[in-house]
Design a protein around this ligand. Structure first.
Ligand code: ZN
Length: 259
């Protein structure tokens, strides 16, 4: 299916359209948020973030068909003001109803910026430690022998919910070190933010894994009746292993940020 959109953008604060909750018939008020940014640079911007948003739309379409069976809801967010660096859409989302409800129910945020970039061969996920085992279990099932890396989530991009007590995860395809050297460390592809970010820069086979992962993570987080998909042994381990200040702060516990 081929879809073509034209967007008209007005730069102003306006009442937030809460499309994600329309038709919501889950059995509780708890919900998971899946978000991606909708604004971008001139050009097709296939990997930033047209394909990611297409994944979210597909996810919403499928879940809508099964909404009567769901114990928890799904809220999707298409954030604005991402590429300005202000992240104003997700900031607004986190400071109004969505953020408040999420903070109280403690369900995770999944970020979907599609990075099934052509040429990426590895899976790279970032999350809070409490979510690590949950999503790595899902990844093992969908990725097979594909190498996977993990790092602790930090507040960057549209991680405006970070610090509100809401756990989050995001994942993307990653280039090998050798490939990165060839492109002067263009970790999001040499075409990133240029008019060359066309549909051929997507690896559709890998994107199927992304979509599967997003679906399974959402199902996993939404379908469990009593238990949250979080575990705290790893958190306690990290605290236990944390170096004393003299041994070198954030590096020792994986808190050193990465853009
Ligand atoms: Zn961008």
């Amino acid at each position: 299916m081929r879809v073509w959109f034209r967007a008209n953008v007005e730069k102003r604060l306006a009442p937030r359209a809460d499309h994600g909750r329309r038709g919501h018939r889950a059995r509780s008020d708890d919900f998971v948020v899946v978000g991606g940014h909708q604004d971008s640079w001139p050009g097709p911007q296939a990997t930033d973030n047209a394909a990611g948003n297409a994944c979210i739309l597909e996810l919403a379409r499928v879940f809508q068909q099964h909404r009567d069976k769901l114990r928890r809801g799904l809220v999707v967010g298409f954030w604005t003001g991402h590429e300005t660096g202000t992240m104003i859409g997700s900031v607004r989302g986190s400071s109004t109803a969505t953020g408040t409800a999420c903070a109280s129910t403690r369900w995770p945020i999944c970020r979907s910026t599609s990075r099934a970039c052509a040429g990426t061969t590895r899976w790279s996920a970032a999350s809070n430690v409490e979510l690590k085992r949950f999503h790595q279990g899902v990844e093992k099932r969908i990725l097979g022998s594909r190498p996977a890396a993990w790092r602790r989530a930090v507040k960057n991009g549209d991680a405006s919910f970070f610090g509100l007590g809401v756990l989050m995860l995001a994942a993307q395809g990653a280039f090998t070190e050798e490939e990165l050297k060839k492109t002067a460390l263009a970790n999001l592809g040499w075409w990133h933010h240029s008019v060359e970010n066309t549909i051929d820069k997507l690896d559709f086979t890998f994107m199927a894994d992304h979509l599967q992962g997003l679906r399974r993570l959402s199902v996993g987080a939404r379908a469990r009746r009593w238990s949250l998909p979080f575990e705290y042994v790893s958190v306690a381990d990290a605290v236990h292993r944390a170096p004393r200040p003299a041994q070198g702060g954030a590096e020792g516990i994986g808190l050193a940020g990465r853009c």
